[in-house]
Design a protein around this ligand. Structure first.
Ligand code: KG4
Ligand code: ZN
Length: 324
């Protein structure tokens, strides 16, 4: 199974066989976009176009798989940036068509979820929390394909908050790993951050206030390491606290947590301390990658045995669980 992920600024090509990841290559565009302070969609599309064919050839070569041996070809269909999505989708369709193999268009968040479940066999019902640069969404998953949105961020996504606070502290992009590193040198109680939305009903999140608070704390002269540690403490507390409350209210103690922010060790430690049955992606499958798309496609193929027509479009805006 070949999975292609090009929804944003990383080109991902992954090969999965019998539920195991054989090869998972990611070509990062971080440096390309760094000087613009954000992802430039047109540049991202162009870079995906230049890289994708070579990266796919390398992935096949590393796995020792000939194109004809692939049993299906999958790509992210959405949500994401439309140009980058079209590059991956078009490439995957062309490859599937020329090899006469089934083609599947995958929801990016379903990819993240299946990346977290690569080594385990977990069936719904469970709670699913996706915390990435673009999403902070909490779902109740009653059955595969049936997602009830319990809560979401009202402003910035969790990863976006890490990125913005990192920038405030003069750190590099992506901000998550930078904040995590600096936080280790800081005192997480030294700066009076408060956990956003604490005490509110419902399961929504809000992270933009933390960025504003961080700017103020910098002006007030708090040490950057203490700001990083304090921010990380409350961001994690918000994610884990809300998840725990949802678990209690729904009676679902099995949770799947996915998305780039799950690389964060403080988040992992905090989740482990809850007593919830938490499933997170292994290293290499936390950030956007092709293997997670192949894994999601493989599961759908097993369940439904139905390919997508080559006429399907990219879906830049696509709420999880909604048909398009
Ligand atoms: O899932 P992902 O690779 O891409 C999206 O679909 O958005 O997530 C990227 C996000 C970035 O905002 C990045 O700062 C964050 O995940 N991230 C982290 C860590 N590593 C990556 N956040 C906190 N701690 C980390 N160690
Ligand atoms: Zn993602």
């Amino acid at each position: 199974m070949l999975g292609i992920e090009t929804s944003c600024d990383d080109t991902g090509v992954g090969l999965v066989q019998d539920g195991r990841v054989r090869v998972n290559l990611v070509a990062s565009q971080t440096l390309l976009h760094a000087e613009y302070g954000g992802v430039v969609p047109e540049l991202a599309s162009r870079e995906h176009t230049q890289v994708l064919d070579r990266l796919t050839a390398r992935a096949l070569e590393e796995a020792g798989v000939r194109p004809q041996e692939l049993d299906l070809v999958a790509a992210t269909r959405g949500p994401g940036l439309v140009g980058p999505l079209l590059v991956g989708l078009g490439y995957a369709k062309g490859l599937a068509w020329s090899l006469e193999k089934p083609f599947l268009g995958v929801h990016h968040l379903e990819g993240h979820l299946h990346g977290a479940l690569v080594d385990v066999s977990v069936e719904p019902p469970f709670l699913a929390l996706i915390a990435s640069g673009g999403h902070t969404h909490l779902y109740r998953v009653e059955d595969w394909g049936h997602y009830e949105l319990l809560g979401a961020t009202r402003d910035d996504a969790a990863g976006e908050a890490f990125d913005k606070v990192a920038r405030t502290l003069g750190l590099g992009y992506p901000g998550g790993p930078e904040i995590e590193r600096l936080a280790q040198e800081g005192d997480s109680q030294a700066v009076p951050f408060s956990v956003p939305m604490r005490g509110r009903a419902g399961y929504d999140f809000s992270f933009s206030g933390l960025k504003t608070a961080a700017v103020r704390f910098v002006q007030e002269g708090y040490a950057p390491a203490d700001i990083a540690a304090g921010f990380q403490r409350v961001a994690v507390a918000s994610l884990v606290g809300t998840l725990e409350r949802a678990a209690q209210d729904t009676g679902l103690s099995r949770v799947v947590v996915a998305g780039g922010v799950t690389a964060n060790q403080a988040l992992r430690a905090s989740l482990a301390a809850t007593g919830l049955e938490a499933h997170l992606p292994p290293p290499g499958l936390t950030s956007d990658n092709g293997a997670m798309i192949a894994l999601a496609a493989a599961r759908r193929w097993e369940r439904e045995g139905r390919a997508d027509p080559l006429t399907i479009s990219a879906e830049p805006y696509w709420p999880l669980g909604e048909s398009v």
